[in-house]
Design a protein around this ligand. Structure first.
Ligand code: B12
Ligand code: SF4
Ligand code: SF4
Length: 396
């Protein structure tokens, strides 16, 4: 792995020196030039691995699917042979180039969790959507590679059937920690990953090894006990899955534990001791927008579809849509201990979305007295047309 962050410019200088060295083969020169180009485009680290390098991940991936760890993410279960072997996805691939972009936060993401009338949006979603930003840069880098070597390329960031974390470990960018994300000695838990598959044969980097040792801070902090064992995640229990991926009502058993997390969760990442070597990301578009650092729950609860789209334009949050987002906000309102927020939940009992109405019932049940709630329930059950919402009234 070549770290190409600003903090170690000597690594880039070394690369230039090597470029002039006669010892370098054509492919090594190409690889070193690629690293320089990646640096210019704003990538923070780069490594190359063999397309056959993650054969071991297939067994773990199968186990994950067999135990239904993927929940409703059917897209994750589709084509497992393609996901676990880049050569099945593209038989022409000769090298896999893995890249990282540092998105380290400029404040401790755990602090906002104490402000119960504010929503906590995970670090990765407080700025512009990284998919758009990184995809543009990946394409530019890939175009450069094609122009320089005449090779073929395919680019991926997050959404394709590619196992980016094991590939990044194989390319030496870091290791998959016990929280299952890639941890880097330079950037801690805060690296976005991206890949270029190429038909060019580039020199391989050495894989990174596990540096978790006896630490298990990430496993201990998880509010919903989502790790059945170190290095294994049950996505169905993960707040990131519950608030972003899951489309229906959030299961009751997790509602309290979600606290004020309204989009994703960073607890297991934030507590990792390797973050002490990390620094804040330097990409302005990825840094937190002021209005998304600690948004007021009452204001969020009033967003209609148009206001939601406008507030979250260019943000990854927009992909969950207004109704799912308001569902999350209502769970946070229910956990706020602030009686004044009951009025927001009460207003949303009349929302057109049954998902929102159901979450509003729960939120209200957490904030108002039993007698008051029972009186509301007696009226509402007769007029509510949705079975799931009626069930919320009965169970609350
Ligand atoms: C599906 C998915 C999710 C799901 C499932 C997460 C998961 N851990 O699988 C959900 C919605 C929960 C999720 C949440 C998050 N995600 Co996500 N997600 C993905 C996605 C699309 C696929 C991941 C995948 O293949 N999962 C399937 C499992 C089986 O694979 P795995 O985690 O690699 O599992 C390995 C280990 O379990 C290990 N293993 C299993 N048993 C054992 C036993 C031993 C002894 C050992 C050593 C290892 C081991 O082997 C498995 C195979 O390698 C990737 C993008 C991509 N295409 O890769 C992004 C990705 C992993 N997500 C990312 C991020 C940022 C997040 C969040 C931090 C977002 C947030 N703040 O809310 C959280 C983190 C939650 C967590 N602790 O993982 C980043 C992670 C970057 C990094 N540095 O690692 C990625 C890579 C996207 C990107 N391009 O940057 N995500
Ligand atoms: S992201 Fe949050 S809920 Fe998910 S595993 Fe990490 S600490 Fe647990
Ligand atoms: S918190 Fe500890 S166990 Fe978890 S990934 Fe970081 S070093 Fe590994």
């Amino acid at each position: 792995m070549l770290r190409i962050a600003r903090r170690t410019p000597h690594r880039v200088r070394d690369t230039k020196k090597h470029l002039r060295s006669k010892e370098f083969s054509v492919s090594a020169v190409l690889k070193a030039s690629l690293a320089l180009q990646a640096s210019k485009l704003g990538f923070d680290c780069i490594g190359v691995t063999d397309p056959g390098a993650i054969a071991g991940a297939a067994r773990h991936f199968r186990e994950f699917l067999e135990t239904s760890g993927h929940g409703d993410m059917d897209w994750l279960a589709a084509n497992p042979e393609r996901r676990t072997d880049p050569r099945v996805l593209w038989p022409g691939v000769r090298s896999v180039i893995m890249l990282g972009v540092n998105y380290g936060p400029d404040e401790d993401p755990l602090v906002i969790l104490q402000q119960r009338t504010r929503g906590a949006i995970s670090v990765y979603a407080q700025g512009d959507d990284y998919h758009d930003l990184i995809k543009k840069r990946l394409k530019a880098l890939a175009r450069w590679l094609v122009a320089s070597s005449g090779c073929e390329v395919k680019v991926f960031v997050d959404t394709a059937a590619v196992m980016e974390k094991p590939l990044a470990q194989a390319a030496g960018l870091g290791w998959q920690g016990k929280h299952t994300n890639l941890v880097s000695q330079d950037f801690g838990s805060w690296l976005f990953l991206a890949a270029i598959f190429t038909s060019a044969d580039l020199p391989r980097d050495a894989a990174d090894t596990d540096h978790c040792g006896s630490c298990q801070a990430c496993l201990d902090i998880c509010p919903t006990a989502a790790f059945p064992a170190p290095y294994k995640l049950d996505a169905r229990r993960c707040i990131s899955y519950l608030t972003i991926e899951s489309k229906g009502p959030i299961p009751r058993e997790f509602r309290k534990a979600i606290g004020n997390r309204i989009y994703g969760c960073d607890d297991c990442l934030a507590v990792c001791p390797w973050n002490k070597f990390a620094e804040a990301g330097h990409e302005a578009k990825l840094t937190a927008r002021e209005e998304l650092r600690a948004p007021d729950l009452a204001a969020l609860a009033r967003l209609d579809d148009a206001a939601f789209r406008s507030l979250f334009a260019k943000s990854p949050v927009k992909r969950v849509g207004r109704d799912r987002f308001i569902r999350n906000v209502l769970i946070a309102i229910g956990n706020s201990n602030d009686r004044a927020l009951a009025v927001e939940a009460e207003r949303l009992l009349g929302d057109t979305s049954a998902l929102v109405r159901g979450a509003a019932v729960w939120a209200l049940s957490q904030l108002i007295g039993h007698a008051e709630f029972e009186a509301l329930a007696a009226d509402a059950i007769g007029t509510e047309g949705d079975d799931a919402v009626r069930a919320e009234w009965r169970r609350a």
